[in-house]
Ligand binder design. Sequence first.
Ligand code: MLT
Length: 411
Amino acid sequence: MARLNDNYLKLKAGYLFPEIGRRVKAFAEANPEAKLIRLGIGDVTRPLAPVVVKAFHAGIDELAQTKTFHGYGPEQGYDWLIKTIIEKSYQPLGVDLKLSEVFISDGSKCDTANILDIFDLGNRVAICDPVYPVYNDTNVMIGRSGEADEKGYYQGLVYMPCTAENQFSPAFPTEKIDLIYLCYPNNPTGAVASRAQLQGWVDYARANEAIILFDAAYEAFITEADIPHSIYEIPGAKDCAVEFRSFSKTAGFTGVRCGLTVVPETLMAATASGEKIALNRLWNRRQCTKFNGVSYPVQRAAAAVYSEEGWGQVKETIDFYMENARLIRQGLGDAGITCFGGVNAPYIWLKTPGGMASWEFFDKLLSECHVVGTPGSGFGPSGEGYFRLSAFGERDNVIEAIKRFRAQWGQ
Ligand code: MLT
């Protein structure tokens, strides 16, 4: 009989968000009259910007004519989109990239998982705790870990706790690490890294010949000046970091699918015999073999995000979500609940009232307030006792959710 990949059996029963979906569905079926407010999964609710929609339509119209039809595009993405991203999104930060260093993809979730293809299984990997579950689970799936212990830590992976006690900023690992995942602005805690903190990580990585896998999916939500939007704003980062970005939250593309990964040509890793090879070459080879590029109209839509009018419209939506975040923070504060994040990220990370366990609070919030959030422990053992609310809701729902919180927990 064919053998399965045993590593999958080490995983907890289900991926976090489908598990939440399952519980919410069961509750909704049993309580059809309940008006549920969903602030759980970070899924956008506002429509695409009009300029983006127009470009999307125009891209489809081109496919409708023999003369303007496009079949397979370049696996790395069209040059005109890559050039626009470099000019509009990186150069203003003082970061110059070559066209060959940017790879357009169908999203950063896939890329943060797929990047493991080009690294040896023997690499020691460090991840934050709590963390976006994809980094942890994909390392388990690929066979880099042993079984999970009773707390949920997988043998062989190195966890860096991020709690209120260390301002959600992990200490450097004390053991030798080869790959480090960092996500800033952070999902789930909403924390950001200052320039000095990121410089610390770059210095650490270079000193240890480690590589940082930097997830910047939420960079567009930074509101405070001087918080870096890209790891490449930090001197030396091109020698030690891959960066992932996404149009999902920035421009409402969660259902459209588009992201990008930057692999600088100066980023090296070693062969078994110690020879240094550029990872850009390997990632390109991987993408050309396993990926056929993002659809033409989607890339046209993505490019429109960076037109002056497009960015104005996209920014309006980002500001709308960040106003939601501000209202949630204020409402929780008024109800006496300690919360973090929500200033440079669309996530509010709160301490559960009365020290309730995360899933207990999830069930209480669902059954008594009809509000859906995400249990902190679903992001890792150090998330226990915390809870995440997303700011991607409609305004009326956010206001109503705050009202319900205050009625339940306010003085
Ligand atoms: C989240 O809620 O953490 C995100 O929506 C998940 C994702 O981006 O894949």
